[in-house]
Design a binder for this molecule. Sequence first.
Ligand code: NYM
Length: 212
Amino acid sequence: RGGKEDSRGALVVLEGLDRCGKTTQSARLVANLEKLGHSAELWRFPDRTTSVGQMISSYLSNKSQLDDHTIHLLFSANRWEKRSLMESKLKSGITLVVDRYSYSGVAFSSAKGLDIEWCKAPEIGLLAPDLVAYLDIPPEKAAERGGYGGERYEQLEFQKKVGQNYQVLRGPTWKIIDACLPMEDVEEQLQEMVLDCVKTCQEGKPLSCLWS
Ligand code: NYM
């Protein structure tokens, strides 16, 4: 026991405002991990492929309207429906790089005025990330980056509130990266902190649950 045969993968989450570079960086990170011989998968939330995910997708593109509480719980349900698969992948030694997670859920919904503790409640018991890499960008800078795509929430004033909420959520597993740095620098910093985290998980760090 404790040997490399039964070591688990790391749960790594990337968070940040819309247009901070998360999607590009998570794809590069997975490719880099694989090159270095680690097994890794790229995940993202919302996962638009499930039926809950399709309801979320239609809401985000303004094709449907939903009460703020309802959509919050759908985002959460979308993570719950993936929880057991997530756990078995991690236990089989695969590192998961997840583009957005519960922190997006809380930061975006509470930016609409929902109580933050109410927003956190349905996330209790989901797997806790081993590392949250926060790609930090001023909302004004993010807005300049090729413009927003026109989905719900992609507005400067709203993103400012989301940014403040993320600050409230910061904890010991968080590492902040300056997302205004050149892409290659962000990539390098991210890779370095993730390799550290992968190692700690291989060495036997136990999996835990939110909100720890
Ligand atoms: N979003 C994402 C939420 O409001 N709650 C959540 O739980 C999650 C995971 O969905 N603007 C928001 C943040 C984004 C939008 O995400 C879609 P993406 O990464 O642009 O596909």
